[in-house]
Design a protein around this ligand. Structure first.
Ligand code: NAD
Length: 352
């Protein structure tokens, strides 16, 4: 079990809801984080708690790597409209709803689970925003993705948010996110709810999925490097030239909360403006691990060839990425290495 998460709180399931945690004090900002059992949602809960909010976490599953820092945690399936109503119901109402729940994963999952992604995420996004509007929630945040943008050529000038149109996302995950952005904005126009939307670049950090097929590239590379000896070789999907940027999770949650509490309407990109190839990502991980690593390129789903997005809107809120890739990987690799070792020990193996 990870010792990374500092706060110790109780976990509740849906049946406990009536008895769940003490009610928030009237002066506290009352917040719901949907997807709080996941990677970014879990870190967002910690950030909001440090900020003095009263937080209800909601997810279909309990957090995997330790107890939630939320004041209460409800296990609910947000594809179900009545579950969304339960999630957002509290005496006096909630001030903010952060919608991060999604059926998602890295490129392997995005390419193999198109129907699940389209169906489950549309149901979640339709029902949560509808329930939030019906409950009179004043501020609503939706977590979108840079997957809504078209593919780019390496070296192409950066795209700003309005250049998402005419739309040509590379995969169904991106199309659903684009649709869900529009649904949230339509509810905002109809009800006056302040809707805030961020398009996340790839995010990484401790307590993210690191194995099982849903992990994203930085976690997958950290795991692969942790699993081989110094001088070993790892497999990398594609030819290693695809260009991405990777945002450390603390930078991302800082950006989320800034956007939520700002006057910025319309989608806002959040991302570390440090673009690297997949091979450069592997070299960074290997350097942090102190290992010489060879790369064997193999066939596999890679996604778009290149990314380059404007951060002018998020920067207008005083945000900047505080963690360069090397520093973020130095904080992430030891956590994943410890998970790999623990898993190896549990399996009775050498625990590499
Ligand atoms: N991680 C990234 O790099 C990245 C990039 C762009 C966008 N995003 C978006 O940010 C959000 C959070 O991503 P993450 O990396 O923390 O993913 P994650 O998979 O760790 O978290 C998502 C959470 O949603 C929960 N969930 C799924 N179906 C649910 C349901 N029916 N009811 C309730 N909860 C349900 C999952 O159990 C999971 O805990 C997602 O919307 C994702 O699409 C993430």
């Amino acid at each position: 079990m990870s010792s990374f998460r500092p706060a110790l709180k109780q976990t509740f399931d849906a049946a406990d809801q009536a008895q769940a945690g003490a009610l928030p004090e009237v002066f506290m900002t009352r917040v719901v984080v949907c997807g709080a059992g996941g990677f970014i949602g879990g870190h967002l809960v910690q950030h909001l708690k440090q900020d003095g909010c009263w937080v209800r976490g909601v997810d279909v599953k309990a957090p995997e790597f330790g107890p939630s820092a939320a004041d209460e945690f409800l296990q609910l399936d947000l594809r179900d409209r009545s579950a969304c109503e339960a999630a957002l119901s509290v005496e006096g109402g909630f001030d903010e709803v952060y919608q991060l729940a999604a059926d998602m994963g890295g490129m392997g999952f995005i390419h193999s689970a198109e129907c699940e992604i389209m169906r489950n995420n549309a149901l979640i996004n339709l029902n949560v925003v509808d329930a939030a509007a019906a409950a009179g929630v004043p501020r609503y945040f939706f977590s979108s993705s840079v997957c809504i943008y078209r593919d780019m050529e390496p070296g192409e000038p950066e795209l700003d948010e309005v250049q998402a149109y005419p739309a040509l996302p590379d995969n169904e995950y991106g199309w659903e996110k684009l649709y869900a952005e529009r649904v949230a904005e339509a509810y905002g126009r109809r009800t006056g709810m302040a809707v805030r939307i961020a398009r996340f670049q790839n995010c990484y950090g401790p307590e993210g999925t690191w194995r099982g097929g849903r992990e994203k590239a930085p976690a997958a590379m950290c795991r692969k490097v942790a699993e081989v000896d110094d001088g070993g070789t790892i497999e990398v999907w594609g030819d290693g030239t695809a260009v991405r940027s990777y945002t450390y999770v603390e930078d991302l949650v800082d950006g989320i909360v800034r956007i939520m509490r700002s006057d910025l309407t319309g989608p806002v990109n959040i991302g570390n403006p440090e673009y690297v190839t997949v091979d450069e990502l592997v070299h960074t991980v290997a350097e942090v691990a102190g290992k010489q690593i060879g790369i064997r390129h193999v066939d596999g789903p890679v996604g778009v060839q290149s990314r380059n997005f404007s951060n002018a809107r998020i920067k207008s809120l005083g945000w900047s990425a505080k963690y360069p890739l090397r520093q973020g990987i130095a904080l992430t690799y030891p956590w994943i290495e410890a998970q790999v070792q623990e898993a190896g020990e549990l399996a009775g193996g050498p625990g590499r």
